[in-house]
Write a protein that binds this ligand. Structure first.
Ligand code: ATP
Length: 274
């Protein structure tokens, strides 16, 4: 069964540039087009801190190309979680715009953002976040069930097959290993064929070998489905699997690496005072 959905763009239709997956931190932004999956325009996020404010993101502008696998890294407190929350519509920026596909989600009402997230954004969390009383199949279908639809049975079967869980559709989350649970979460994140999948430390709760398998699966989903993937991670090995890494420090994008090794990533983090 083909994994690539019918409406996916063939690989060879991608525009040919020297770095087709390179994000553009802070630099002059490319014109918005369908080849940009997520775009942040001067996004600032502040939090109240007693009489003061903490600035978690400082006028961040970047464009994440469609089909790319991007890792977000930076020292503790640099703004990675805040970036993820704002880019994924889980929280609203204090100022600036977040555009997913061609929709400015910062201009939507809270209800509309919730619907948009459900239909167009996938999430993978460190702690899997499966619903304990629903089966594997039901957990995977959940984003569509919440929207009043069901996945096409062929698409559901190919996803279950792709994450290696064929035959386990009727199991409950409590019967799964950590790696299996995360693979269910990945299938669930992909089921709506979202514009982008955000993952927050997706291998953080797994042992090294299982983490590698899950990482390999994410890489394969990016390649085979042309799925845009944005992963926040502390792990240079995870970042080295990505097409590019964006580094945050003190709420700003301070650099990027394209197709880096884990050693390149570690060296850059050391410079930033990880
Ligand atoms: N809800 C909040 N209220 C107040 N300050 C916050 C809140 N969330 C984050 N911050 C502050 O914003 C800054 C960025 O935090 P954020 O959690 O985004 O960083 P991070 O890079 O994800 O850190 P870590 O790697 O430790 O998870 C920090 O100074 C943090 O203390």
């Amino acid at each position: 069964m083909p994994l690539r959905p019918q409406n996916a763009r063939p690989q060879d239709a991608r525009p040919q540039t020297s770095h087709p997956h390179t994000a553009h931190p802070q630099a002059s932004l490319p014109t918005l087009s369908t080849d940009t999956a997520v775009r942040l325009v001067q996004v600032t996020k502040t939090y109240p801190d007693g009489p003061d404010v903490v600035t978690a993101l400082r006028s961040v502008s970047l464009a994440i190309p469609r089909g790319s696998f991007t890792a977000i890294m930076g020292p503790s407190g640099s703004g990675k979680s805040t970036f993820l929350s704002c880019a994924a519509g889980l929280d609203s920026p204090t100022s600036g715009q977040v555009i997913v596909g061609d929709v400015d989600i910062t201009a939507l009402s809270p209800d509309a953002v919730t619907r948009f997230r459900r239909d167009h954004i996938g999430f993978v969390f460190q702690a899997y976040n499966l619903v304990g009383h629903l089966t594997v199949a039901e957990n995977i279908q959940l984003p569509m069930l919440l929207g009043g639809t069901r996945p096409d049975p062929g698409w559901q079967a190919s996803l279950v097959d792709a994450v290696g869980l064929t035959g386990m559709e009727d199991h409950l989350p409590g019967e799964l290993s950590g790696g299996q649970a995360q693979r269910v979460a990945i299938a669930r994140a992909l089921v709506t064929r979202p514009a982008v999948v955000f993952a927050d430390e997706p291998t953080g709760a797994l042992d090294t070998r299982t983490g590698q398998q899950v990482l390999g699966l994410l890489r394969r989903m990016s390649d085979e489905l042309d799925q845009t993937l944005v992963v926040v991670t502390h792990d240079p090995g995870v970042a080295a699997t990505a097409d590019q890494v964006l580094f945050l420090a003190d709420g700003s994008v301070v650099g990027d690496l394209v197709s880096p090794t884990a050693a390149d990533v570690s060296a850059r983090l050391a410079e930033l005072g990880r």
